[in-house]
Design a protein around this ligand. Structure first.
Ligand code: NDP
Ligand code: 2IT
Length: 444
């Protein structure tokens, strides 16, 4: 058995109830065989065993009262996975499906993603099984205040800097930040995705979706293609999906479908993204309830069937394992040329195999969606300097970072015998920076 295989066995034994975490470890270790062969020091120094073990895992009770005075108890998490190259950094997810296994997989992915950005940020993730859907603003505020009362003991501008993820947007970040400041009595960049009036950065809101499209452009360029005239299917209709859709339109593509957990909307001539944005982001409705003023827009009540639509490009931007092997085969059969992941781990291992086998351009989430956290790091830079950069300045930095991530992933793939496989390249490039810094810092 190789070092990577032994490490996987070890991980499975130690995390028997965390399938998503094992899935993400397995994918990464699958790319690292040639790296371990080329440098036996990694094994001598136990790098992989250390790399897959979170530095710290925090689980806490979050009690809060609803508007009728009834008491509720949720579970809060923060996984501080790896701080070798900088403070822990990564989002908070509020969704009923949250449990420790999802938190660990997201934090593990974040370590590699943050390394790829080239910026000094370590990896972490957190959240709660609290469901913000259907709650009043006052209930969300009380929950956020209770959550932060405990979390504030464990985070800080130079220690651990959370941000948003599923179910955590501008409203939640505002409530969380207000409570942190009240408890700690300091104004520091302890969260990113803050409002523009109190330390937020321009472009952070748009960054994951825009960055995804910049990455996609690089993927297409490698085959002398571009976005103009392409039909694009995007799953999800949250922060990532909406801004990816906007950028696709600006680049001359047509977004023919978007979804949420209630189903998907489809219009072969292009859907009205501003209406989706208004309905989902401002009115907090489900996509089923959004008005569809553009003629010919249809609704289908099964969100997973979105991949059956014929398209040139697919951008999964909702959640993990939302695109399986069968969906991948349908996309290939329908002539899809590129898939770039806005979500974290949205394609199952079976789906990825289908894409690679059929030479569909495939952009893995840890590279393709890194624009969000990269712009978070740019927000941290501005906070540390007490500066505020213009939209154009931040967007130019984001674009450069995405192009560099593409180059790093593509070059690492080539160097280690995986030419054309951006997943392997992203895993290798992300790993090498952290692993070498771990070696420099001794056995810790
Ligand atoms: P949002 O909460 O803004 O939107 C999430 C979207 O995905 C909604 O349309 C939601 O539908 C849908 N969705 C969520 N869970 C499910 C599910 N189990 N089944 C079907 N649909 C689902 O989150 P984001 O846009 O921020 O996040 C989307 C993805 O992108 C996540 O994987 C996240 O980890 C990843 N990501 C986010 C970044 C960011 O900066 N925000 C950065 C990098 C990655 P509904 O409204 O019906 O619940
Ligand atoms: O998955 C992710 O990269 C995010 N949710 C963004 C993390 C961040 O700290 O901006």
């Amino acid at each position: 058995m190789t070092y990577c295989q032994r490490t996987l066995e070890h991980a499975i034994k130690r995390n028997p109830c965390d399938p998503e975490f094992i899935q993400s470890i397995k994918e990464v270790l699958g790319s690292l065989e040639p790296v371990m062969d080329a440098n036996p020091r990694y094994e001598e120094l136990g790098i992989l065993e250390r790399f897959i073990e979170p530095e710290r895992q925090i689980i806490f009770r979050v009690s809060w009262t609803d508007d009728s005075g009834k008491v509720h108890v949720n579970r809060g998490f923060r996984i501080q996975f790896n701080s070798t190259i900088g403070p822990y950094k990564g989002g908070l997810r509020f969704h009923p499906s949250v449990y420790i296994g999802i938190m660990k997989f997201l934090a593990f992915e974040q370590v590699l993603k943050n390394s790829l950005t080239g910026l000094p940020i370590g990896g972490g993730k957190g959240g709660s099984d609290f469901d913000p859907k259907g709650k009043s603003d006052a209930e969300v505020m009380r929950f956020c205040q209770s959550f932060m009362t405990e979390l504030s003991r464990h985070i800080g501008g130079d220690l651990d800097v959370p941000a948003g993820d599923i179910g955590v947007g501008a409203r939640e970040i505002g409530f969380l930040y207000g409570q942190y400041k009240r408890i700690k009595n300091v104004s520091e960049g302890v969260l990113t995705g803050k409002g523009i009036t109190y330390g937020g950065s321009l472009v952070r809101k748009e960054a994951t979706g825009y960055g995804l499209v910049y990455f996609l452009e690089e993927m297409l360029k490698s085959k002398n293609l571009d976005i103009k005239g392409k039909k694009v299917v995007i799953s999800g209709s949250g922060n990532v999906a909406i801004h990816a859709a906007q950028k696709i339109q600006q680049s001359g593509g047509t977004v023919i479908a978007m979804s949420d957990s209630s189903g998907y909307i489809y219009n072969p001539d292009g859907i009205n993204i501003e209406m989706v944005k208004a309905g989902k982001e401002i009115e907090r409705k489900s996509i089923k309830e959004c008005p569809f003023p553009s003629k010919g827009t249809e609704f289908n009540g099964s969100c997973r069937e979105i991949w059956q639509l014929k398209c040139d490009i697919a951008l999964p931007c909702a959640t993990e394992n939302e695109l399986d092997e069968q969906a991948a085969q349908t996309l290939v059969k329908n002539g899809c040329i590129a898939v770039a992941e806005g979500a974290n781990m949205p394609c199952t291992p079976g789906a990825i195999k289908v894409f690679l086998k059929n030479k569909v351009l495939y952009g893995p989430g840890k590279a393709a969606n890194a624009g969000g956290v990269a712009t978070s790091a740019i927000e941290m830079q501005q906070n540390s300097m007490r500066m505020f950069w213009s939209f154009d300045e931040v967007e130019a930095k984001l674009k450069e970072i995405m192009i560099n991530i593409y180059k790093k992933s593509s070059n690492a793939a080539k160097e280690y015998g995986f030419e054309g496989n951006l997943m392997a390249g992203a895993n290798i490039a992300g790993f090498l920076k952290v692993a070498d810094a771990m070696i420099a810092q001794g056995i810790v």
